[in-house]
Design a protein around this ligand. Structure first.
Ligand code: CP
Ligand code: NVA
Length: 306
């Protein structure tokens, strides 16, 4: 059966760990894996803007011996005249995998249903699982074993990054805390899924409204833009609502003395994070951005062999 990666919990704890191990290997020896030699093509489709995802998939597919076919949705039939399902029927006969950045998670599910090649979520409104593989690789590099670490995500708890931290962190056996206003709490079903996973991995999932409570003693502090793609018309309300969730030196002082800071980028300095944190010594954002390449190469290599 074809394996897809639509949400972080599509991987078991052992599978997630194996992909991170492979990412470490590929980071040390960039051209070791050549599963796309031929070359085979991978379609990478964007409904939304991107810098990191576009570049890391294009470079990564080339590193793996393949050819990236980057498609801007607006210039294709997808989303207009053609359904995700019909698009999959056309692409699966010509490409080795389909990578798609889109809005609704249900579109990815329709694309993947019955697809003969792996479908990968390159960000949806609900999840950003490829980013989480890169984040977990970065945290491993800084902290060693992921199991038992406490990660605090503060800000928009309903955004793709917060929800992916819940699922991927629980899968890794981490203690995931979300600090978010009630209005922007994560989807209750996602929290329940994270709690269920955590009960078997030794991790935990906690949602609180107080940013200080979320960050207290944390090993890793994470935030993301307050205005995710597609939410631009809510900007004024969001900026007014998230003010007390800004990551500044005062908030970081509540974290562990050795705490690191992550942000998937792009960042709005002065809004969700102050420049002296994101550009300061605890920040690992450039390693995090580079690790998209290594983590996604490992993911594609793994998916193509399962
Ligand atoms: N972090 C991330 O996905 O960045 P892009 O939107 O630039 O791809
Ligand atoms: N939450 C952000 C992530 C960007 C990579 C967004 O969806 O816009």
């Amino acid at each position: 059966m074809t394996r897809h990666f639509l949400r972080d919990d599509d991987l078991s704890p052992a599978e997630q760990s194996a992909i991170l191990d492979l990412a470490v290997t590929l980071k040390a020896d960039r051209y070791q894996a050549r599963p796309l030699e031929g070359p085979q093509t991978v379609a990478v489709i964007f409904d939304k803007s991107s810098t990191r995802t576009r570049v890391s998939f294009a470079v990564g597919i080339a590193d793996l011996g393949g050819v990236p076919l980057i498609i801007a949705t607006a210039s294709s039939q997808l989303g207009g005249k053609e359904t995700p399902s019909d698009t999959a029927r056309v692409l699966e006969r010509q490409v080795a995998a389909i990578v798609w950045r889109t809005y609704a998670q249900v579109g990815l599910e329709q694309m993947a249903e019955g697809a003969l090649v792996p479908v990968v979520n390159a960000l949806s409104d609900d999840f950003h699982p490829c980013q989480l593989l890169a984040d977990l690789l970065t945290i491993r590099e800084q902290k060693g074993d992921l199991k038992g670490l406490t990660v605090a995500f503060v800000g928009d708890g309903r955004c793709n990054m917060a929800q992916s931290y819940l699922l991927a962190g629980a899968t890794a056996g981490m203690h995931v805390r979300i600090g978010a206003p009630t209005e922007f709490a994560p989807d209750a079903a996602v929290v329940a899924d994270a709690e269920r996973i955590a009960s078997s991995t030794g991790g935990s999932a906690l949602v609180v409204t107080d940013a200080v409570e979320a960050v207290s003693g944390a090993d890793i502090v994470v935030t993301d833009t307050w205005v995710s793609m597609g939410k631009e018309d809510e900007k004024a309300h969001r900026v007014a609502t998230f003010g007390s969730y800004k990551v500044d030196q005062a908030l970081m002082a509540h974290a562990d003395d050795e705490a690191i800071f992550l942000h998937c980028l792009p960042a709005d300095r002065g809004y969700e994070v102050e420049a002296d944190v994101i550009d300061g010594p605890r920040s690992v954002i450039w390693d995090e951005a580079e690790n998209r390449l290594h983590a996604q190469k490992a993911l594609l290599t793994w998916l193509l062999s399962h």
